[in-house]
Design a protein around this ligand. Structure first.
Ligand code: ZN
Length: 170
């Protein structure tokens, strides 16, 4: 057990068990589709498969204050699109409340619990959904600004994930 000198924390590079926070902008096909500045920064513990593998690889060895652009192919992002992922679901299994419109991501109740799916079509009694991740099969362009890199706490090491504001609640 060692106590880390907090003054040295800005010297830390990203590697296994470091807790990293960053902001990102995500573009696909030249169009920006997400900007984390509208929400809290992303917080994760490096080396625990909690982050897209393409992003983790690019962040390895980096430091707080650095910015980078990363191209993430499907196999290191949200995977390839699966065939046969489209299905017709009775409306009573739709958990998302409010008006349903095609293109939105909804929650549906399945035997394995709640799952996200992209809504394709709304019928009278059923909806057609695609359970592929909306970003499956896409080449993603991330612009990343690394805000903070720190050592994990003992709690975080025991749990295998980062704790912090906006990161995780028990
Ligand atoms: Zn935890």
């Amino acid at each position: 057990m060692s106590t880390t000198d907090t003054n040295a924390s800005d010297e830390l590079v990203i590697n296994k068990d470091r807790v990293v926070s960053f902001h990102y902008r995500l573009s696909e096909g030249g169009e920006q589709i997400e900007d984390s500045a509208e929400e809290s920064p992303v917080l994760y513990m490096h080396g625990h498969n909690s982050m897209l593998s393409g992003l983790e690889e690019a962040l390895e060895g980096r430091k707080a204050g650095e910015s980078l652009t990363v191209t993430v192919p499907p196999e290191k992002g949200y995977g390839e699109r699966r065939e046969g992922a489209q299905q017709r679901v009775p409306k009573k299994h739709v958990l998302t409340k409010g008006k349903l419109s095609p293109g939105m991501v909804i929650q549906i109740n399945t035997k394995e619990g709640a799952q996200e799916a992209v809504l394709l079509k709304v019928g009278l009694k059923n909806v057609d959904v695609d359970s592929n991740h909306p970003l499956a099969g896409k080449v993603l362009e991330f612009s990343v600004d690394i805000l903070d890199v720190r050592a994990a706490t003992e709690d975080e090491l025991a749990h295998g994930h980062a704790h912090g504001p906006g990161g995780h609640e028990h």
